[in-house]
Design a protein around this ligand. Structure first.
Ligand SMILES: Cc1cc2nc3c(=O)[nH]c(=O)nc-3n(C[C@H](O)[C@H](O)[C@H](O)COP(=O)(O)OP(=O)(O)OC[C@H]3O[C@@H](n4cnc5c(N)ncnc54)[C@H](O)[C@@H]3O)c2cc1C
Length: 389
């Protein structure tokens, strides 16, 4: 079977690229190993959530995904309040101060995946979906690449896109080097019903035992992401329900009052992955296949959607006669993404290291740093503008 672009991995990033290319006139295929799980009938809340930036929301709107999300489950974030481990140290960001209506939207993973896959299914004529499908091998030739699936079928394409996540199989097939480091932390997630309304503020505490975020969901619900060392994470997971609520309320300085658990806690390993190159002839990497960052800035999927947006724009702008797997064209995509990715890697790594250090001088300095940044509108503006894209 002949295609122009074969995207491997139908997570949010890979599926969004397929949709962004649907009107490009190119023959697109999407290969996904696992079909997305159906939405639960009981309307229960997903504890895997994303803080989607306004830039990502407008990208998803371009191909009909954002506007079909259930508004009753979407929560705008008007303010962010970040606290140091000295409760007096605080950094605030407000959408109002920069002339916007919101800084981000909190969306459940399940809802977003379902919306993206429903949109894909409506584009059956333009996007050929192979799911569930297992990839067996790729051969790289000068004029095309050939993907062989487990069932023996062969997909020929001018360009293969690796969107298959942190442990990318495509990246390994292309023998692209990665620098990988476990943060030796787990991200513990759970949803709570809080005594006090969050007022659409995303709260975050940089504590000695990790970074705790309570993100607003509709009404008085909040979603927790507590990135913490593996031992502490396992302790949290094993706590009886009331004890866990008490522990989280205490760690968040009782800002939202008493908490009641509404979803069972779950944990995800956290890894830093730096990829040496995003492209080679006939190949481009996007999303977590191209970079793995700490979730403390809530930017992983936003960074990946910016890759998809940029790669789609580069391919569409190439001119009808040109080859979409051409190395020089793909280098243009790589150059345009390097700065954003590097900046996000540096910021998330730097903050993670800084707040894990127990040296008393550093502890005082980092709290002071938060306070000083809070009083410098120019620096605050630059930090926030990056996260809005
Ligand atoms: C605890 C935690 C909290 C987070 N919070 C946020 C947040 O608030 N905001 C944010 O922006 N980001 C957040 N992130 C990061 C975010 O989850 C990831 O950056 C994002 O899911 C990456 O999307 P992706 O599509 O690139 O990869 P994935 O979501 O990993 O999707 C990859 C897809 O490829 C498929 N696949 C894998 N291998 C193959 C193969 N060989 N063949 C075919 N298909 C294959 C998989 O089945 C999957 O569907 C968080 C991460 C964690 C761990």
């Amino acid at each position: 079977m002949e295609f122009d672009v074969v995207i491997i991995g139908g997570g949010l990033v890979g599926a969004s690229l397929a949709l962004a290319l649907k009107d490009s006139g190119l023959k697109i295929a999407l290969v996904e190993s696992r079909p997305p799980s159906p939405l639960p009938r009981n309307n229960s809340w997903d504890s895997r959530i994303y803080a989607i930036s306004p830039g990502s929301a407008s990208f998803l709107q371009n191909f009909g995904v954002w506007q079909v999300l259930d508004e009753a489950r979407l929560t705008p974030v008007y303010k962010m309040a970040v606290f140091g481990d000295d409760s007096a140290a605080r950094l605030d960001f407000s959408a109002y101060d920069i002339g916007l209506t919101e800084l981000a939207f909190i969306v459940e993973n399940r809802q977003l995946q379902a919306a993206v896959w429903n949109a894909l299914k409506r584009q059956k004529k333009k996007i050929k979906i192979f799911c569930p499908a297992e990839c067996a091998s790729i051969t790289w030739n000068e004029s095309h690449a050939e993907l062989r699936l487990g069932d023996g079928s062969v997909l020929r394409a001018a360009l293969i896109v690796g969107a298959d996540g942190l442990n990318s199989w495509v990246r390994a097939q292309a023998e692209i080097k990665v620098m990988r480091r476990s943060y030796q932390e787990l991200g513990v997630v759970a949803n709570f019903d809080a005594e006090h309304h969050h007022r659409n503020v995303a709260h975050q505490w940089f504590r000695r035992d990790g970074v705790l975020a309570l993100l607003p969901l509709p009404d008085t619900l909040v979603s927790m992401v507590w990135s913490t060392n593996e031992q502490h994470a396992r302790t949290l997971l094993d706590l009886p329900e009331t004890e866990l609520c008490h522990r989280v309320a205490k760690a968040s300085c009782h800002t939202l009052g008493k908490l009641r658990l509404v979803t069972q806690p779950a944990a995800f390993p956290l890894n830093f992955v730096h990829v040496n190159k995003l492209v080679q002839p006939r190949l481009a990497l996007i999303g977590d296949a191209a970079h793995g960052i700490h979730p403390l800035a809530g930017q992983g999927v936003n960074l990946g959607l910016r890759d998809a947006r940029e790669l789609a724009a580069t391919i569409i702008a190439r001119g009808l006669q040109s080859d979409c797997g051409d190395y020089l064209l793909l280098r243009r995509y790589e150059r345009s993404r390097k700065e954003d990715i590097l900046a996000m890697e540096l910021v998330t790594n730097g903050l993670q290291k800084l707040f894990h250090n127990t040296n008393p001088t550093l502890v005082r300095l980092r709290n002071l740093g938060l306070e000083i940044t809070n009083r410098l509108p120019l620096i605050k503006d630059q930090l926030i503008q990056h996260a809005l894209n």
